[in-house]
Write a protein that binds this ligand. Sequence first.
Ligand SMILES: NC(=O)c1ccc[n+]([C@@H]2O[C@H](COP(=O)([O-])OP(=O)(O)OC[C@H]3O[C@@H](n4cnc5c(N)ncnc54)[C@H](O)[C@@H]3O)[C@@H](O)[C@H]2O)c1
Length: 354
Amino acid sequence: MGDNRRMPPGNNALRVGVVGCGAFGRNHARVYRDLEADPSQNVQFAGVADLDFDRAQAIAKEFGTQAFRSLDELVAAGINAASVAVPTVSHLSGARQLIESGVDVLIEKPLAATVAEADELIELAQRHGRVAQAGHLERFNPAVRATVPLLTQPMFFEVHRLSVFTPRSLDVDVILDLMIHDLDVVLSFVKSPVKEIRAVGLPILSQKIDIANVRMEFESGCVANFTASRVSTERIRKLRFFQPHQYVSLDYSRQDVLVLTVEEPRSDAADLDPFNPGSVAASAFAGITPFKPKVEQQEPLRAELSSFLRAVRERSTPEVTLEDGRRALAVAIEIVDAIAEHSHRAKLMELTRE
Ligand SMILES: NC(=O)c1ccc[n+]([C@@H]2O[C@H](COP(=O)([O-])OP(=O)(O)OC[C@H]3O[C@@H](n4cnc5c(N)ncnc54)[C@H](O)[C@@H]3O)[C@@H](O)[C@H]2O)c1
């Protein structure tokens, strides 16, 4: 990757900024403020920019940094890296400006509004030798991290992400808003191309799809069922999967993982009577070992931004690449199209992506 030529001379602190001071940009600002306070990170929180200057000023005041009226002004203040937390439709224009100015970027999810835009981002980052990360936060969830070493041959996933209704992110449907988190995680677990998608989804409280269920089959034969809702009465964020002799249950919110491993069946198991609980059959099914891997609780956003800054410093490939972001986006868009097609077939309301 390219050199880090914007590093201030004689001072190796990374100067970071946030573009977009909305609901999520505020979280980036909070975490950069915390990283700045940690001497081991050697970070300087240089500022925030928003088209709405009042917002930028409020966030700057809250987190002790400078407010800028535009991205140009933030870049002119001299930054090495920035989070792009503007609405998705503006990811490409914002990130392009930063990349062309020699700034490394972390671009919030979904990476872009279209696959063509995602391709343009990938090309731009390559051409300018910039470190560019896609903001798929759940990859940094400690429960997801603890699950990665457990993966053998996942064959069946059941994933639920349910949240209560809030009037935000209603410009996109629940697939690009919520389900995309799980799509990225499952795609990173199942290293096989998607073969088939079947999907159903409905607008409930907004004009966009608020609830969706997807059945995805991979070339490997693995099947994943995803349910995402933003009109639920409860909050659930769980991913469960089966692989040979093993069941793994991951709770994103609680940041914990439970693994149940079934021991190899007894050689005489076939002769046993499973319908007689008193028989020796019971012991044939008793060989289930529960295991809870150690999960160090941590805020995923802090882990994500620390990892991004490490890649910036080391000029290395980020843990979640723009190609990963593109892959999740492409599948999400395929799902939205499959839902529109199902809706048409079922003579439900016609759905459009715009
Ligand atoms: N990783 C996650 O879990 C997660 C959660 C929520 C949102 N997000 C993503 O973060 C991004 C922002 O979402 P949000 O909910 O904070 O949106 P938001 O609408 O609350 O805030 C966006 C902000 O960007 C500003 N803005 C718009 N265009 C701009 C431009 N060209 N230059 C500077 N500022 C500009 C707006 O004035 C606004 O303050 C979206 O891509 C969204 O998908 C990610």
